[in-house]
Design a protein around this ligand. Structure first.
Ligand code: ZN
Ligand code: MN
Length: 132
């Protein structure tokens, strides 16, 4: 495979991630990019995602569900995972840096950071619940 083709595929993955707020898994990305590049393999998608992450273009989102999700939004922000539909949504809250201070209090080591996610109902599932 030529370098050129490889970077076009990477560009299409990047463009898709920038166009969505869905925090897709590698598998979801694969099915979308496959429509444009039918010969692409899941392995190639993973390699491109790793490269994009290394370049700081995207980041991995961990939501405690054992599946990695990907986000083109790379500024520090928090996520909620919907217990009903599994959707991962951005939360618009300020950074919770003070919990690092809390974690460090009475701890003889050093705290460098934290990973926090929230769970609950996404707006769509809450609306369905309220209308049923
Ligand atoms: Zn939901
Ligand atoms: Mn996000």
């Amino acid at each position: 495979m030529s370098v050129k083709k490889f970077s076009r595929q990477r560009e299409s993955i990047r463009a898709y991630l920038r166009s969505t707020k869905e925090h897709p898994t590698a598998d979801m990305i694969y099915h979308v990019v496959k429509q444009q590049y039918p010969s692409i393999s899941l392995g190639t998608v993973y390699r491109n995602l790793a490269q994009l992450e290394e370049d700081g273009e995207i980041m991995k989102v961990y939501c405690g569900e054992g599946t990695e999700r990907f986000d083109a939004r790379t500024d520090p922000h928090y996520h909620l995972i919907c217990r009903q539909c599994g959707r991962v949504v951005d939360l618009e809250i300020p950074p919770l840096n003070h919990i690092d201070v809390l974690a460090a209090s009475g701890f003889k080591g050093e705290v460098d950071g934290h990973y926090v996610w929230f769970w609950g109902l996404c707006p769509l599932c809450l609306e369905k619940k309220n209308n049923s």
